[in-house]
Design a protein around this ligand. Sequence first.
Ligand SMILES: Cc1cc2nc3c(=O)[nH]c(=O)nc-3n(C[C@H](O)[C@H](O)[C@H](O)COP(=O)(O)OP(=O)(O)OC[C@H]3O[C@@H](n4cnc5c(N)ncnc54)[C@H](O)[C@@H]3O)c2cc1C
Length: 399
Amino acid sequence: MGSSLAWHLAALGSTEVTVIDFDLEGTLSSSELNAGGVRATFQQPLNIQASKVSIDFFSKHREEFGYRDCGYLWLVSKDAQEGFRKAMQVQLAEGWEVQDWDLGQLRKKAPFIDKTDDLVGACFAPKDGLINPNLLKNYYRARAREKGVRFLDRTQLVGAEYQASSKGWKLKFRTFPKVLSGAFKEEVLTSSPNQAIGQVGAITEFTAKRVVNAAGAWAKQVAKILGYDCPSVAVRRHVCVFDSRDVDLSPYGMTVDPSGVYFHPEASNGMAGIASPDDPEGYSFQYPGEDFFTEKIWPALYERSSGFEKLKHLTGWAGLYENSPDHSAIIGEVQGVGILPGSLYDCHSFSGHGVMHSYSVGLGLAEKMAKGKYLTLDLQPFSRDRFLSGNLIPEGAVI
Ligand SMILES: Cc1cc2nc3c(=O)[nH]c(=O)nc-3n(C[C@H](O)[C@H](O)[C@H](O)COP(=O)(O)OP(=O)(O)OC[C@H]3O[C@@H](n4cnc5c(N)ncnc54)[C@H](O)[C@@H]3O)c2cc1C
């Protein structure tokens, strides 16, 4: 998010834009550990619009981002049918193609799904798809650098003071040596930024007129440092890669099962995940290993296809979702915390769909910051003020 926003800000003429990150390589950042799905099959019009603008951009750079419009196939159980029909009406009204398949169509188009007793059909969105999030992130960064954006690595925000006299921020960072082990990165990113830790280098200070909190799952910590409250929580999520042996998944895109398990092709294998209610809130990257696959993923796949009766867990990992209370992002100016207008912005809490919103939101927020108003998309409803006014954007199509 930070890289996309910085590129767009610089492209709109902002100077002296700096992206500051504890770990730009992003070994543990969500932009590194996600499933690469991009879709506009949401329930809320604004979430659909934010994805549409992004996917339109991705489709113009297919090769550069490894974008494939291979579709999202949402399998529909009887009790979820009405909800899907409603959501499809909203998606169609927003100009996003979705097809309402009955069981016969589902069997024809995805014959490997041969255990369908609990299903009434499927919702298929042909323009949803998959992307390589690393290529996307590097694209944003390359474009940003071309426009003069500075990137500061191994630099962690630990303190901030708003100085009314100079109408700006004095920010305090701790810096780290060039080579950091994975274990050390994990130690830093699972503890509080003020906790004493080994390997810390110099403390540096910067001044800035405007600050954007784009710290993903760490937005709550960063908000606290900047003197305001963020209502979101970090939640651990796992994904695994499996050898799908008897089923060639390569012709398909993302499939979402009513159980909550989602899967898609990953090179010659399959990748699967689930937003399990048992996943703990907080900062943890512990992956339970094969047990996750055998207990949470395989039973649902086994019940869906006879081709999934023989599968083999290969690997997996844990990353962090950044869940807001209504599962829509928090974007826009932070006001009412004793600072001058235009000094602080939110751009976080994407609740598991930040890759697909990264282009549109980076562009939209940059327009607001550089031009004074939202132009491409009106992102105002995503403002944190909604948690006070009660104008929530409850998004139910989350996985
Ligand atoms: C398992 C999993 C599957 C997912 N699947 C999808 C998917 O299919 N499609 C999709 O669109 N999204 C998906 N997501 C969500 C998506 O990955 C995120 O919404 C998105 O990457 C968020 O980007 P970000 O830039 O806000 O956060 P991040 O990429 O996490 O970046 C935040 C950065 O802040 C830095 N930081 C934190 N604290 C500080 C500090 N004090 N000082 C300096 N730097 C700091 C961190 O080092 C980190 O690099 C998934 C996420 C996970 C975990």
